[in-house]
Ligand binder design. Structure first.
Ligand code: HEC
Length: 446
């Protein structure tokens, strides 16, 4: 995706003044035209509130969108592009098929809001009176969560080359927590966003054997391990994830009474997947955490439905891969995060009912550049033995504009020209249950 920066110079301003004048001349010609001029939407009264609620999370200084939409001067040159982007529903980015499920973090505009923005762009993108503006939206400095109680940064920056593949890079950071912590909100902030394809922060409890021979506080890659088993183990852990980041993804904000558990003395393990873009850089990612004010009743666990054993034939344009499993214990389903690579096309989460009925909870029309989480508007209690299914479809044809090579068989792998099939999902369970215990089947479970 490329973005053309408009020339916000004298030319654009002259053009808008001309438009305003033309409009004014027309509307003064008759009373009815004047009335319609009064009804024209303005930036401050009509458009700014929508930008605040639906766009500024990305469109403000320092966030992922290349142009801020905070002031009139910043927004005015983009009026037509904004109209197009909202009419085509390219913006705000959201990929859930509206036929399935309702999601808390759905930023979509209503048809009325789209019509309002379009009318504003079509009628000269007027400023209106700043007196009618809503109060500016307050953001904690640089964060989309409230000011974090604790920020943990990778102690050493990672050097990124200008070109080529970069092996998954890890950095283990002692949390320094001397007592147990409940993390209610967290946000990952890369320092070189353009290079981060994904980042995962894992919670490594003090007794964990995972990566036990790896160095602490410095970047390393699994290929540096002499032992083959240790190399493989780097990519396979039962450690719970604190948070996943991918471009466009949101911070975690768990409802009151639910949080992620970080035992005292845990390490945070950063797993970084970098891509190169022609410019060498350094990255030093951090995670900000807001702690729960009191110990919650429920613990949030991130689980996954994964299929490693597929082979997508060359040029297949709708290749289906599925996986299913039964929940070992009761759990409240909160959210989903599907993960595929460049050939990803569609991803679905289903409940398989005993009578054969398939109930779709979420269907995502996948876009590799936008890996989002989807939070259920209504968390849903799933009884033990509920069968969950994830289904992924891949487009390995030449029609897929992201496809690096339609003539290849494609199998599981960490690089973006290989594929993945991971349906992450978050559940809440009683606070006393950790991930390992959750998978011990409860004898009373049906
Ligand atoms: C989740 C982050 C995010 C949100 C929310 C978001 N945008 Fe964007 N927007 C981006 C990014 C990143 C780009 C640049 C890359 C691209 O074009 O996809 C962009 C690009 C654009 C562009 C330029 C498209 C072009 O022609 O190149 C427009 C216009 C735009 N956004 C409008 C909006 C509007 C209006 C809203 C709210 C209704 C909105 N965006 C919400 C992230 C976001």
């Amino acid at each position: 995706m490329s973005v053309v920066t408009p020339k916000i110079g004298a030319l654009a301003i002259v053009a808008s003044v001309t438009l305003l004048l033309a409009g004014a001349t027309k509307s003064s010609s008759s009373a009815s035209a004047r009335k319609s001029a009064q009804a024209r939407p303005t930036f401050y009264k009509d458009v700014l509130p929508l930008l605040q609620d639906h766009c500024q999370v990305c469109h403000r200084e320092g966030k992922i969108a290349p142009m801020p939409f905070v002031t009139y001067q910043q927004t005015r040159p983009w009026a037509d592009a904004i109209k197009q982007a909202v009419q085509s529903r390219q913006m705000p980015p959201w990929f859930a098929d509206p036929r399935y499920g309702k999601f808390l973090n759905d930023p979509s505009l209503t048809p009325q809001q789209i019509a309002l923005i379009s009318a504003w762009a079509d009628s000269g993108a007027l400023a209106g009176s700043p007196k009618e503006a809503p109060p500016p939206k307050q953001w904690a400095k640089g964060w989309n969560i409230p000011q974090p109680d604790k920020v943990v940064q990778m102690p050493q920056p990672v050097k990124l080359p200008a070109a080529g593949d970069v092996e998954y890079t890890y950095e283990i950071v002692p949390s320094g927590f001397t007592d147990d912590k409940w993390v209610q909100m967290s946000e990952i902030r890369p320092s070189s966003r353009e290079h981060v394809h994904h980042a995962v922060v894992y919670i490594r409890p003090p007794n964990s054997k995972w990566l036990h021979n790896a160095p602490v506080g410095v970047p390393f890659t699994p290929s540096s391990f002499a032992d083959a088993e240790e190399r493989a183990e780097a990519h396979a852990t039962t450690s719970d994830m604190l948070l996943v980041y991918a471009p466009g993804s949101e911070p975690d904000r768990w409802p009151d009474g639910m949080a992620k558990f970080v035992p005292a003395g845990s390490d945070l393990v950063f797993q970084m997947h970098y891509t190169t873009n022609g410019h060498a850089a350094i990255d030093q990612t951090s995670i900000g955490m807001v702690f729960a004010k009191q110990a919650p009743k429920q613990c949030v666990l991130t689980l996954q439905l994964t299929n490693h054993t597929f082979m997508i034939p060359p040029r297949a344009d709708d290749y289906r891969v599925e996986v299913s499993g039964a929940l070992p214990n009761d759990a409240t389903l909160l959210s989903f995060f599907p993960h595929m690579h460049l050939r990803g096309k569609r991803f679905e989460y289903n409940v398989l009912h005993d009578d054969g009925a398939i109930e779709t909870l979420l269907r995502v029309n996948y876009d590799f550049h936008w890996q989002l989480s989807y939070r259920l508007a209504q968390p849903r209690l799933l009884k033990a033995e509920t069968r969950l299914q994830a289904v992924a479809w891949y487009d390995n044809s030449a029609d897929n504009m992201h496809n690096p090579d339609p003539n290849k068989f494609v199998t599981w792998g960490g690089q973006t020209y290989e594929e993945m099939m991971v349906g992450f999902f978050d559940v809440a369970v009683p606070a006393s249950v950790d991930k390992e215990r959750f998978f011990v089947r409860n004898a009373t479970g049906r």
